[in-house]
Structure formats: C-alpha cells, structure tokens
Design a protein around this ligand. Structure first.
Ligand SMILES: Nc1ncnc2c1ncn2[C@@H]1O[C@H](COP(=O)(O)OP(=O)(O)OP(=O)(O)O)[C@@H](O)[C@H]1O
Ligand SMILES: [Mg+2]
Length: 727
C-alpha cells in the first residue's frame, strides 16, 4: 500500500491532520485516537509530497518509541529515509552538540554523565565544600541542579533571597558546573539546556537549523517541560511549522517539571495555530472507553474532549478483590495461564502497577508458574541498586569475607571512605593474600590509611559486628528491618527528593516483606530439613541470588510485560491488569498532599485503563503487606468513579462468603481448593487451639494454610497433616 492509500484509510479528522497545508497545528485528542499514527503518516505524506526528509524532525518520549516511530515511517514510505531526524529531546540535543561542540563551548570528546556518575561528582564537591551530607544530602542537591536546568536556569540566574538553603545549593551548582566544564562532561539536563543556549546565542547556527527543519513534529506534547518547550520555539523560529500532538488528560509527569500549560501556551506562542481534534478511538472496546471517559470526567482542569468508538461493547471490566497481595498475584497469573491456553500470546498481556515495589509479589507468582516476563523500562526487584545494597549488608553479616559485597557498601551511605582508601585496602588484601574484611582490620591496626579514613573503616567494622550481636535473636524479617535502618540505608534514600527516593525507600521496606516467608513460623516452605541445613538468612540470600539471576525472559522471547503505569504511556495491549487499585496506593498517599496531585493520579489511571484493547481487569487486595507493613486498604476511589454497570465482580466461588470485606460492593468469595476450608473461616487445631484461616498456598499434598491462632499467633501448616477442624 502506498502512502496515499494509507492516508485514505484514515478517518476524516486524521486525514485533515496528515494532509494539512503548511502551518502550526495542535492535534489534541484522547487516548487511542490515532495521534501517534497521524504523526507517522504525516511524515511519510510530507515526503511523498516532495518535502526532503532533511527538513523533518520528529520528537517523541522514549528511545524505544523513537525507534518504533522511525520503523513505522520507513515501512509506510517503503525504504529508509536519509537525513530524517527522529529521536527524543535528549538524543536530538545530543546530536546538535556533537555537531557543534566548539560553538557550544565543549571539547570534541565530551562525555555524557549518567545519573550515577553525576551523583558521585556531586558528592565529591559537597565534600570539598565541607558540607555535611546528612544536612545537605547529595541526592537532594542533584534534584535541585537538574530541576534548575530543566527550567533553563544557570547559577547566576537563581534568586537566593538570602536564603541559606538556596545559597548553598547554588554554591554547589557553581562548582559542579566548573567541574563538568573542566572534565568535558555533560549531564542529561545539560544536553537540553546547552543545546538551547547554542541555538539562542549562535545566530548562524540557529538560522541554519531553522531553515533546515521546516517541519517539527512532537508526540506526547503534554509532557514537555519548560526547557524542551523553549528549545522547540527557538528551532521553529518564525517560519518553522510545528505539529504538536498530545492529550492533556494524559499529562503524568508534572512531578518532574512537565508543563501541561504548554498546550495552552502553544496557541499564543505560535502563529495561526489550528487545533484538530480526533474523537474516534480505535483501540478499546466501548466498555473500556466509557469507563475511561467517565473516570476522567471527575477532573476539573481539562480542555475537554470526547471519545467514541465503533468497536464492540466487549466484556465488562472485571473487578477482583484479592484477599491479600498474594491472592491478587495468584489470581492474575491464573487468568494469564487460562488465556495462554486459549491461544493468546504472552506479549498480549500487561500487568500495570502504581509503584515499583509492587512488582516483587507479581514476579514471584510468575516465576513459580514458569511464565516468562519482562519488566518494561525498569529493573527486576532483586536487581535494583538499593536492594543490592541491602543484600550486600546481609551477605556481609553472613560472611565477612565476601569482597564484592564489602566493596559495594563500604561507602554506602557515604561515610568518608573514598576511592583512594578502597584502592589501598585492595592493595593490602592482595599483598597479604587476605579478604578485604581482613585487610580492613590490618589497615586499622597498622594505620595504613589516612586518619579519617581509618576511623571510618573502624566504624564500618564496628557497625557490622554490632549488627551481628543485635540481630542474633531476631526473626529474619526483623533482622532485615533492623539492618536497613541501622546501616542508614533507609535514611539515605529518604533524604532523596522526589519519586525516585520514595520508590527506593518503598523497595527497601518491601524487602522486609519479602523475607517474611523465610521465617520458619510463617513460611509455607519451611520444613525441618531446611532448618538443619541453613539459617533463614542464608536460605533467603540464595533465593535472592537466584531471582536476580537470568530469570528475566530473554529479549526475543515472548513474555508478559510488567511495568509501572508511568512507563505504559503510548503503549497498547489486548489484555491488561491494573493491580493494587487501592486507596493510599493508587491514588498514592503522597499525591494527596499536593493540590493537583489527585488529578494527576486520576490522569495516570486514565492512561492505565486506556492501554487495554479487549479486556481490562482491576485488582485490589483487601489487605496488603507492602513496604514492610500490613495495611487494610479500601478499594480506590477511582473504581467508584467508573459506572457500576460497566463493572463485573469476579467471584471465584460464590458458595462461601468472606466475613471481612472492605469492598465497595459485596465481597467476592473464595475458598481453599482442597479440604473444603474457606479463607476467613474459623478452625480448631489440636495443639494450637482456635484460629482464622488467612491464606493458602499450593495444592494437593502440598497444600498449606496460614492460620492466625487466637493465642499462638500466625502459623503455616501443611493441610494434610494439620487435621484442622472447621468451626
Ligand atoms: N483510522 C484508523 N483505522 C484503524 N485503526 C486505527 C486508525 N487510527 C488509529 N488506529 C489504531 O488505533 C490504535 C491507537 O492508535 P495510536 O497509538 O496512534 O493512538 P494515540 O492517540 O497515539 O494513543 P495514546 O494517546 O495512547 O498515545 C493503534 O492500534 C492504531 O493502529
Ligand atoms: Mg500515542
């Protein structure tokens, strides 16, 4: 099919956008209405009309989306397009700086500083400035510097108003800039800022690109920040033609500086803007679409759009009330397996969640069922840096001579043992043929390090020895809880500003939850053999090492996709689960503290719902152990904002109903598959007395139940041995 035929297959509004005469356009439309498709078609159409690919630049949100966009454009056109620029704001800015390094004031071999390198540099500067890092956490400084750059501000532009905090931050920012300049290093935010300054200050270069790029096309325009917007304006100049494509209802990066107002400003800042609205949705069933429309109607600050579809009504949205997070995960994985049997492919399925830490329980359920999965745009739980740090401390507790773990955390959180000292320790270990831990001891005894480092190493060793004593009689989950607090890891991340720090703290707390099942008395896996073989800590560490291994589905293997709601933007899947749709988790409790936080959460929910093409499941857990503590959450208000008639509650077994329900609707019921017991049922055990069944695990001879006994606490019991009596 050639380009003209392709364009003819679009609807009228889409065709109008694709074939629009030269000018500035805002394509404002809801999810799944073909905005990205319009953009792709517009590029191919421009080329088919004789425009040179050299004159076209298309910007999108992630590298992956950019690669996909180029592939789709070239597929439409039928061959590769030389000279066409497609990328993210960052990659395009980078390209400009590489081409004009001299004019941008950079060395020709300038390096990109990733976020970890940036943090390391900031730490060094804070130290030089003798800033106490408990008062001035380097991560907070990093957040500050990047935030200023995103607003286009250099240190000299920042008003300090005599405020000590700002003054100090600006002082670090200045030094940091000097260090980057000296070392020829450019961080991510700097790419945008510097490319902006290059175009702003170097008239010949600006005019060259303004002449070259007569067509600028931007996808996901609602999530551009101040500097990206400014950059776009400069590049467009007086004559450039911009087509900005976006959806105000999907603006979900306000917390990272994105400006939804850019949509409104576009009209004022660019000449003769014509707004084109696309209203037909091609992605979802009418039920899913109605749910999304009704939900987003609860937001006040909207530009207002309607979406309709010719598609089928489809099935109602399924709502599942999990008894707890394990039950929720099990339910999800059971459904996935059913679909796979029906012939769906694994890559048709996405599981979306609000917060990173939620992935752990889902990952475990998938691993147990041997369903390959990938975490899109993120890392598996046990691969995350903060988790690896905590595990390194735990490994050291277990085995001091574990050099890799020691190196990992000897200076995390920062305690004044710099790279030079670590090198001295390595040398000493090599000379003496001992472990790093032994080398630490020697170095302290023989004062082989500078006095400050010596003191710090001695403190570090003291910390581990003390932890060992303190933890001797703790249950595994208490031990982990104690270790992440006493080592300062929790505080270290808590001081980081923004979602990232918050996510790390949540992950660490989730690690505590993860260890509970390894405590003998709570463990469904527990048996005597295991107890004789190894401590729960050792068993857990092995488990973590295996899980962090090569379990992630290989790149080309079909796999179920797990991702946060944020990274699901722009994507679509036939089958979608949204898990953890609970008050406090989604909307996230942190969001309720800021004025428009709730509306941004609702937009995120809208993004989630509109990812689904055929089937959508909303799941929540009546009780959830997340980040180490157990909470009883009400179902999210977002569920209540979807019309009742669009939702069907899943009842796995309606015979027995649960006594406790936090549900909006009548509680869904579920019984234990073997033995005829129900969750929530009271039972009698010969030794432990009366209790309530909380959970179950496995089937047949493997079936175990967790019972909360009135006097003996919570225990996991093998059902076939326990001889429970129903009460
Ligand atoms: N005219 C059309 N005919 C058939 N299918 C279409 C048409 N327009 C779009 N689609 C399909 O609808 C789906 C959604 O399109 P697209 O991803 O471009 O929407 P979008 O508006 O960019 O969504 P989002 O807001 O989620 O980014 C895609 O599968 C696309 O191929
Ligand atoms: Mg899109």
């Amino acid at each position: 099919m050639n380009v003209t035929q392709q364009v003819a297959s679009l609807n009228d509004a889409q065709q109008r956008a694709v074939t629009a005469k030269p000018g500035n356009y805002l394509v404002l439309a809801g999810a799944g209405s073909g905005k990205t498709r319009v953009l792709v078609n517009r590029v191919a159409w421009l080329v088919s009309q004789g425009e040179s690919p050299y004159s076209i630049m298309a910007v999108t949100f992630t590298n992956k989306a950019a690669a996909e966009m180029r592939a789709r454009i070239e597929a439409l056109w039928g061959s590769a397009l030389q000279g066409l620029w497609v990328g993210t704001f960052h990659s395009l800015a980078h390209r400009l700086l590489r081409a004009h390094w001299r004019d941008a004031g950079l060395p020709d071999n300038f390096q990109i500083l990733d976020s970890d390198d940036q943090l390391r540099l900031i730490k060094r500067i804070c130290k030089e400035l003798e800033l106490d890092d408990s008062r001035w956490p380097p991560r907070q400084v990093q957040w500050f510097i990047n935030g200023q750059k995103d607003e286009g501000l250099r240190p000299q532009h920042i008003e300090t108003h005599g405020d000590l905090f700002t003054q100090t931050m600006v002082r670090v920012y200045e030094r940091y800039e000097q260090a980057c300049q000296r070392g020829g290093m450019v961080d991510f935010a700097e790419l945008l800022l510097r490319a902006h300054e290059l175009l702003r200050d170097q008239r010949p270069i600006r005019e060259h690109y303004q002449r070259r790029f007569s067509h600028l096309l931007v996808d996901e325009f609602q999530d551009t920040n101040a500097i990206q917007y400014a950059w776009l304006r400069l590049l467009a100049g007086e004559h450039g033609q911009v087509m900005a494509v976006g959806d105000d209802d999907q603006s979900i990066y306000g917390w990272r500086g994105a400006r939804i107002e850019n949509i409104r400003r576009f009209d004022e800042d660019f000449a003769g803007v014509e707004t084109i609205r696309l209203e037909q949705n091609y992605r979802s069933t009418s039920t899913i679409l109605r749910a999304a429309n009704e939900l987003i109607r609860h937001n006040t600050d909207r530009l207002g759009k309607e979406l309709w579809t010719e598609g089928d009504e489809g099935e109602p949205i399924q709502l599942y009330a999990g008894f707890n997070e394990h039950d929720e995960a099990r339910f999800i994985v059971d459904r996935i397996q059913e679909w796979l049997e029906q012939g769906y492919s694994r890559s048709d399925v996405a599981i979306l969640y609000r917060s990173n830490a939620q992935s752990r329980v889902l990952e475990e359920a998938l691993i147990r069922a041997a369903v390959p999965y990938r975490i899109y745009g993120g890392q598996r739980f046990f691969d995350r840096a903060e988790i690896k740090n905590a595990l390194a401390y735990l490994r050291l507790l277990n085995q001091r001579d574990d050099d890799a773990s020691l190196e990992r955390v000897i200076n995390v959180p920062t305690r004044g043992i710099g790279e030079r000292s670590v090198q001295l320790l390595r040398d000493c270990a090599r000379e003496q043929g001992v472990s790093l831990w032994q080398a630490c001891r020697l170095a302290v005894e023989q004062r082989r390090l500078p006095a400050r480092a010596c003191g710090a190493v001695a403190d570090f060793m003291g910390l581990l020895d003390e932890l060992e004593v303190r933890c001797a009689n703790l249950a595994l989950h208490e031990l982990v809880d104690h270790v992440i607090a006493a080592t300062g890891l929790i505080d270290f991340h808590r001081k980081e500003k923004g979602e990232r720090g918050q996510a790390r703290v949540e992950n660490l707390e989730e690690l505590v939850s993860a260890t509970r099942q390894f405590d003998p008395e709570e463990s469904p896996y527990h048996d005597q053999e295991q107890e004789l073989a190894a401590s729960p800590l050792a068993v857990f560490l092995d488990h973590a090492a295996l899980e962090a291994g090569d379990n992630q589905a290989d790149r080309y293997e079909e796999s179920v996709q797990l991702m946060t709601l944020h990274s699901a933007k722009g994507l679509e899947f036939p089958l979608v689960f949204m898990s953890g749709v609970e008050e406090g988790l989604f909307p996230h409790k942190m969001s309720l503290e800021s004025g428009n936080g709730l509306e941004e959460e609702r937009r995120l929910c809208y993004v989630g719902i509109t990812r689904a093409m055929q089937r959508l499941y909303l799941c929540y857990a009546e009780s959830r152990r997340l980040h180490g503590s157990e909470t009883l959450n009400a179902p999210s208000r977002f569920i209540g904002e979807i019309p009742r008639e669009l939702i069907q509650e899943v009842r796995l077994n309606a015979r027995i109903s649960r006594p406790v329900s936090q549900g909006l609707f009548s509680s869904a019921a579920r019984d234990v598959p073997e033995g005829g017991f129900a969750l929530g049922q009271r039972v009698l055990h010969k030794l432990f007395g009366e209790g309530v069944i909380l959970n179950y695990e496995g089937q047949g001879a493997q079936a175990r139940v967790q019972v909360n006994f009135d006097t003996e606490g919570t225990k996991w019991l093998v059902l076939s041995y326990a001889k429970l009596q129903a009460l």
